[in-house]
Design a protein. Structure first.
Length: 313
């Protein structure tokens, strides 16, 4: 979710559930050590609980980045061993690290020694032609021995050459059974499943086999699903899922604060395009918001106009 789940996106998604765990986009450890930490790691306190997802393969750099993340107040540090992009692979991190489980174990051990918050790993079920269950178990064995107790498993293998990241989310088949088998064989580990989940029913079916679910792009394009998931996951029948119009109103104070700080409306509004997904007025909302938000000096009136168009459609 690089370039997707930034701080504006997470603030927006938090409005749909007070408890669902949010994740940052993957942040490269070396960037944290050398770059603008407030820009990379800053967030609104209402985002809690929120996890920092790191990319890297240098145990010392990851340990220091994890410590900095904990100092910023993140509730969890997650190591990404699932991203298949060329850019990530060239940096020797992401899914290619599945082939180096001892190095991943060293990274996890170093991070755990540096922080008191949980250190978790997001991974795939395999890579390229190394996609049998024994390969996955060897990875789980070594990394869990280093102290990782939570694995988020994208139930597809990653094909590291020949497929784009988008194709890697669609072409390799989903094999949920692999994640289910990991939970059966490692009952003391917390196993969260990811990949192809779109509805509450999809997630409820997975809860029969694993401990949790992660949604990525579906939550981004159809954020309203998070409210329904909150009620199902936490048994919170008293939680009233806000309407799309109510979410728009709730976003106003945050948006206006960010505009005063110099942010452009487009940086915030782009995350709100899916707000009316599946509802009347969705197309009018997207059109009015996307056409108006990119103009220099665009303010909240653009959002109000888009809301009016959505209700009129």
């Amino acid at each position: 979710m690089m370039d997707w789940t930034d701080r504006h996106c997470r603030y927006f998604l938090r409005l749909f559930s007070p408890e669902i765990l949010l994740y940052t986009e993957m942040v490269v450890a070396q960037a944290i050590l050398r770059g603008d930490r407030e820009y990379l790691l800053g967030y609104d306190r209402t985002e809690h609980p929120v996890a920092l997802q790191l990319g890297g393969s240098d145990p010392r750099a990851l340990a220091e980045a994890a410590r900095i993340g904990e100092d910023f107040g993140y509730d969890e540090i997650n190591l990404n061993v699932g991203c298949p992009s060329d850019r990530v692979r060239e940096g020797t991190f992401g899914a290619c690290l599945m082939d180096r489980p001892r190095l991943v174990a060293d990274c996890v051990a170093a991070m755990r020694d540096s922080v008191s918050v949980p250190v978790t790993v997001k991974t795939r079920i395999g890579i390229d032609d190394r996609d049998d269950y024994d390969f996955l178990c060897d990875f789980i064995d070594k990394v869990s021995a280093a102290g990782c107790e939570v694995f988020i498993i994208h139930a597809r293998k990653a094909i590291l050459t020949g497929l784009t990241p988008k194709e890697n989310r669609e072409i390799p088949p989903l094999i949920y059974q692999r994640a289910w088998d990991v939970k059966n064989d490692y009952p003391l580990l917390t196993i969260v499943i990811n990949g192809g989940l779109k509805t509450v029913a999809d997630c409820e079916a997975q809860w029969q086999h694993v401990d949790g679910v992660m949604l990525g792009r579906e939550a981004y394009h159809n954020p309203g699903v998070l409210g329904a998931l909150h009620r199902a996951a936490f048994g919170d029948d008293g939680f009233v899922v806000p309407t799309s119009a109510e979410v728009v109103r709730m976003m106003r104070p945050y948006t206006e604060r960010q505009l005063v700080l110099g942010q452009r409306l487009q940086a915030i509004a782009r995350h709100m395009l899916g707000l009316f997904a599946g509802q009347p007025g969705a197309r009018a909302w997207r059109r009015a918001l996307s056409e108006g938000a990119h103009h220099t000096g665009a303010g909240w009136e653009v959002v109000e106009r888009a809301l009016t168009e959505a209700h009129r459609d």
